[in-house]
Design a protein around this ligand. Structure first.
Ligand SMILES: C[S@@+](CC[C@H](N)C(=O)[O-])C[C@H]1O[C@@H](n2cnc3c(N)ncnc32)[C@H](O)[C@@H]1O
Length: 219
């Protein structure tokens, strides 16, 4: 049984309780991914560790021309993905069916559930699934933010979480052979001030946000 199987039925409500609005944080990440990939992006995206598809939905809303494959080790999470999202992407818990040559691979809040000794192997595998020029985007909790650390310590999902310092994540991407590796900090604007979110672009270099995005490009 995968760790998240037991949360498949109430994933969003557990997350809403923990962070205030799961949909808001998905929107924050989709906006940042759109800034990296470009609004006209029309490539294939792998959402690795897609859970119940919260981020996938936001990605497809922001990048309507993208084609998405969602992979998760938890089949019950995938089974919980309802229409119309279900028909908008391909979903699988079979890694041999995932394939490669993706224009982008997104890994959102997955790596802190992966034992540290296995992270370099996983990131190398995902980098290898990119087409030349493709981008790997890793979203993670920002351990520099005390509020994030409090949320992680009290979230039912995160009892196995070992957070990644930004430096560790950039090193994983560089070791996997990715170029132009960068970090941006996200979600410093709380959900209640969501209309100010577009302004966040101007402070993404400051390590303030609840989350961060590390990304790099396959040569
Ligand atoms: C916190 S959830 C994040 C879900 C989604 N990516 C998001 O941002 O909303 C973590 C997900 O990663 C999945 N997961 C954990 N370890 C994994 C692994 N080694 N490979 C693939 N998925 C994994 C879990 O089953 C769970 O659905």
């Amino acid at each position: 049984m995968a760790q998240f199987d037991r949360f498949a039925g109430d994933y969003q409500s557990v997350l809403d309780e923990s962070v205030g609005s799961a949909a808001y944080f998905a929107r924050v990440k989709a906006l940042a991914a759109t800034d990296v990939l470009g609004v006209g992006f029309a490539g294939r995206v792998l959402d690795y560790g897609c859970g119940v598809g919260l981020l996938a939905r936001a990605l497809l809303d922001h990048l309507p021309r993208a084609t998405l494959v969602g992979f998760d080790v938890s089949q019950p999470c995938l089974d919980g993905i309802a229409e119309p999202l279900r028909s908008r992407a391909a979903w699988t818990s079979d890694k041999t069916a995932v394939g490669g040559e993706f224009a982008a691979v997104v890994v959102s809040n997955v790596l802190h559930h992966v034992p540290p000794a296995q992270r370099d192997g996983l990131v190398a595998d995902l980098a290898g699934r990119l087409a030349p020029g493709g981008r790997l985007l890793v979203f993670e909790h920002n351990p520099l933010n005390p509020a994030t650390r409090w949320v992680v310590a009290h979230c039912a999902f995160d009892d196995d979480a070992v957070l990644l310092w930004p430096r560790e994540t950039t090193a994983l991407l560089q070791t996997a052979g990715l170029q132009g590796v960068r970090i941006e900090y996200l979600a410093c604007v709380p959900p209640a001030l969501g209309r100010l979110l577009p302004l966040e672009r101007h402070v993404r270099h400051l390590p303030l946000g609840a989350q961060y995005l590390a990304w790099g490009r396959r040569p």
